[in-house]
Ligand binder design. Structure first.
Ligand code: P6P
Length: 358
């Protein structure tokens, strides 16, 4: 045997195989198919990876690039101040998908109406729903931020441009996931066959498979909630918070950026809550761009996601930018929060109705 014919040492072979497991190849392996839809999903995930690389590159140099940080002075459809990075990241997704031929419509948390790509519409029958930079308040202080994405089929021609076909429950999602821009850039996704994580290797410019078939712990120590809203919560959420304050084994972690908090819980277990508040009774987080994609992914990892009284994936939005309360994470920890809500609702129901005669 010549030197070239010599087989690589097993660990080197494994490393080489792993480095060749790119996102697009993994999708096809997952589907065990080369059908048109499998090829589409593979190509869609590849485009999302390209968007993630472009955003990661900008973030890593944001402090050095003129005009990358700070606010634009505008507010978005959510009523939030728009950061320059929000605008850049939103445009990245549009540019990346305009050339793809796959996506007919882009619905972004940053845009009041969907963005149509007419030249793609006869061919590409998919809609990408995304939050281009989630947690953008962290950008200027160099803390982790994320992108959240969801892919749905476009049903019908949406000729009136109101995207009514998107007002369906989260079970209609074909794929969902997030990109975490942290010490490393990770892309975590599911096409309904488990949850898998890829880490960007900057030397290759490729996302390489780093964790496959991730399962969330049944229970974990983390509870992640902005306790500054305590005064605005329902009594049931306050009772849950008092419970974890008084019992050993809980630890509070809250970064102000949903993707990082969810990623921690995916690997360590626990629960993230953004309940309704006095100012936002329906909650702050957006169903189509944040809660539903993350619910799809966390349920694929064996976790749970609810509004407190309804599974997130069953919620049918009344409008594109609908918000929901979100309780998401390890099944035992989500169930504990729900038990306080159920108990509170039972007490409310059983409370005798006092009349003027009483
Ligand atoms: P608060 C960021 O604006 C975001 O949408 C999520 O990423 C994050 O979890 C949440 O809002 C933080 O909101 O009210 O605690 O600052």
């Amino acid at each position: 045997m010549t030197e070239v014919d010599q087989p690589l040492a097993l660990d080197h072979q494994h490393a080489l195989d792993r480095d060749c497991t790119t996102l697009s190849r993994h999708v096809l392996q997952q589907l065990q198919s080369f059908s048109a839809e499998a090829q589409d999903l593979s190509a869609l995930m590849n485009r999302i990876a390209l968007a993630a690389k472009l955003i990661a590159r900008r973030l890593t140099r944001a402090g050095l690039v003129e005009d990358a940080l700070g606010f634009t002075g505008r507010t978005n459809v959510q009523g939030e101040s728009v950061k320059k990075m929000d605008v850049y990241a939103n445009q990245v997704f549009i540019s990346v998908f305009e050339q793809s031929g796959l996506v007919c419509r882009l619905a972004s948390e940053e845009m009041e109406q969907p963005y149509y790509i007419p030249e793609n519409c006869p061919i590409g029958r998919y809609t990408l729903l995304y939050d281009p930079i989630d947690g953008s308040s962290n950008v200027d202080i160099n803390l982790n931020v994320g992108s959240i994405f969801s892919i749905r089929r476009q049903e019908g021609n949406d000729l009136d441009g109101t995207a009514q076909d998107l007002l369906q429950n989260g079970h209609q999602q074909l794929a969902a996931g997030y990109v975490l821009y942290g010490p490393s850039t990770m892309l975590v996704y599911s096409i309904g066959r488990g949850v898998h994580a890829f880490t960007l290797d900057p030397s290759l410019g490729e996302f390489i498979l780093s964790s496959e078939n991730i399962r969330i712990p049944e229970h974990g120590p983390v509870y992640s909630v902005n306790e500054g809203n305590f005064w605005q919560w329902e009594e049931s959420i306050r009772d849950y918070t008092r419970y974890v304050h008084r019992h050993e084994g809980y630890t509070a972690r809250y970064s102000g950026a949903l993707v990082g908090d969810i990623h921690r819980i995916l690997f360590q277990g626990g629960v993230f809550l953004y309940p309704g508040t006095i100012k936002k009774p329906e909650g702050k987080l957006r169903l189509l761009y944040e809660s539903a994609p993350l619910a799809f992914l966390i349920e694929q990892a064996g976790g749970s996601a609810s509004t407190g009284t309804q599974k997130i994936l069953d919620v049918i939005p009344e409008k594109l930018h609908a918000r929901t309360p979100l309780i998401i994470g390890s099944p035992e920890d989500v169930a504990l929060v729900e038990s306080f809500i159920q108990e509170h609702n039972r007490e409310q129901r059983d409370r005798p109705i006092l009349t003027s005669k009483d």
